[in-house]
Design a protein. Structure first.
Length: 150
């Protein structure tokens, strides 16, 4: 079972996110396991999925430290300890003025802002640029309502 529905369409792939299937548990691991660098963005995906998700990153304590920002946006989450977060979805997120603590959390906050109703501002966004090339341009090409403020 996949989390999202993928539909082939004339050489392209259509991804339906009308309903995101439950994500019961994800635990990071070394290769070939689930990569720790993806945990932050998966937390956003889990916030929009049906049901309860347990997300566990045993490699880095600081990986979950941005979850309080998602809670301030309206996400239903519980920080169990520095390595684990419980996500109760789906949550309706609201735009906020946010500050990113690091590259991975920054990209997750961008995705949360795109999901949220209303406007979000992400401060210290230059951190995101260190890890993701032309993220604003790529998201604009996908139809996102996003702009970079210098």
């Amino acid at each position: 079972m996949s989390i999202l529905e993928f539909i082939p369409n004339n050489g392209s792939i259509f991804i339906s996110a009308k309903k995101i299937n439950p994500i019961p548990k994800i635990i990071t691991n070394i290769w070939p396991g689930f990569p720790t660098d993806l945990m932050s963005v998966v937390i956003i995906l889990a916030s929009q999925a049906e049901g309860v998700s347990l997300l566990h990153d045993w490699m880095y304590e600081s990986r979950m430290f941005f979850v309080d920002k998602l809670i301030s946006m309206g996400a239903h989450m519980t920080i169990a300890d520095p390595h684990r977060v419980l996500v109760y979805g789906p949550s309706k997120l609201m735009g906020r003025n946010l500050e990113t603590p690091d590259i991975r959390a920054g990209m997750a906050l961008v995705l949360a802002a795109l999901v949220a109703k209303g406007e979000s501002i992400i401060n210290r966004a230059e951190l995101i640029d260190r890890g993701y090339e032309d993220v604003v341009g790529k998201l604009l090409a996908l139809g996102a309502n996003i702009k970079k403020i210098d």
